[in-house]
Design a protein around this ligand. Structure first.
Ligand SMILES: [Zn+2]
Length: 315
């Protein structure tokens, strides 16, 4: 049960709420990542598990009990815990959304690795049978009003809902991710990135060097639309790559030309970490989303023949 050697404190603003928030990530003696909303009296612990994911709408992963306390935008924090080898922690949070910091996973990872992690056994979930989540199926699960909005959004932006997220068996030694983005905006276009995590120091270093700093992104012209709907209120040029209206450039400098798809790897790693262990299998994400990542995990765990659970040592 690897956990932190000492607590980590981070403050910032939520990217959607815009609200100031502080998190204290503490060592914990129970397996699992738990959130504790300290701004809500007598709030229960919320475990960051796929079956507690309530609302992924379009742009973030939110966990919480139906009608109860929730925590929004957990994916970058979850990716950082996973890459740091932590599967046990309690996160005190004084608001509804984690701090976005620089829009990537890098600040979280630096803080966790700086605090140190205890050794222990991690759970490995070996994929035995393929499972797939189609964008179309995920859409059908949404309320009608939201489906109409998304349909309209697709029409306006020229997007097609032909995406999918698949989990298929590999040799059982690694989480092997292939992510592809397809955007009409020329600056993104079609980008593919592959990343393999096998728990080795090399795969951790690869994530830190080539993926962790990739920021989230959005169209500058959409910010007003989102802000009017209570989303993206904390978004600015320090934490989001802003695409220009023509879609052929960005308002802030890119770290890599394919920073967009590298960020998708962070999101996928964070969402897979809500499995409660390391998924050992190949994750193929084509125009994937948080909602599809969640549905593919639900499908995986819906039938015990789809997976095996084994324990593995961490270093
Ligand atoms: Zn993200």
């Amino acid at each position: 049960m690897p956990t932190l050697k000492k607590e980590v404190v981070l403050s910032g603003r939520g990217i959607h709420s815009g609200a100031a928030v502080k998190i204290v990530v503490r060592p914990f003696d129970r397996k699992g990542i738990f959130f504790h909303r300290i701004d809500i009296p007598n709030s229960e612990l919320i475990e960051a598990r796929f079956d507690n994911v309530g609302d992924t709408k379009m742009r973030n992963t939110t966990i919480g009990m139906p009608g109860g306390a929730h925590v929004q935008t957990i994916e970058h924090l979850m990716a950082a815990l996973f890459i740091s080898g932590i599967d046990s922690a309690i996160i005190e949070i004084n608001g509804q959304e984690t701090p976005i910091l620089d829009g990537s996973a890098a600040v979280f990872i630096d803080a966790f690795r700086g605090a140190g992690v205890t050794p222990g056994k991690m759970k490995k979930i070996v994929v035995r049978r393929p499972v797939v989540a189609l964008a179309r199926d995920v859409r059908r699960m949404l309320p009608l009003g939201l489906r109409i909005k998304l349909w309209f959004y697709d029409l306006m932006s020229g997007r097609r809902s032909d995406g999918y997220v698949k989990l298929v068996p590999n040799d059982g030694g690694a989480l092997d991710i292939s992510a592809t983005l397809v955007y009409r905006e020329k600056i993104i276009g079609r980008q593919t990135y592959e990343y393999k995590f096998d728990g080795s120091k090399q795969s951790v270093a690869d994530f830190i060097g080539n993926i962790a700093r990739a920021r989230t992104f959005g169209k500058y012209s959409e910010w007003e639309y989102l802000k009017a709907r209570g989303m993206g209120r904390g978004a600015d040029e320090t934490n989001v790559i802003a695409l220009n209206d023509a879609g052929d450039g960005t308002l802030n400098a890119l770290i890599w030309p394919d920073e967009f798809v590298r960020h998708k790897i962070i999101d996928a790693v964070g969402d897979m970490a809500t499995s409660g262990g390391m998924i050992a299998g190949r994750l193929e994400s084509y125009k994937g989303s948080h909602a599809m990542n969640n549905v593919v995990l639900k499908k995986l765990f819906s039938d015990p023949r789809n997976y095996d659970i084994v324990e593995c040592e961490t270093n």
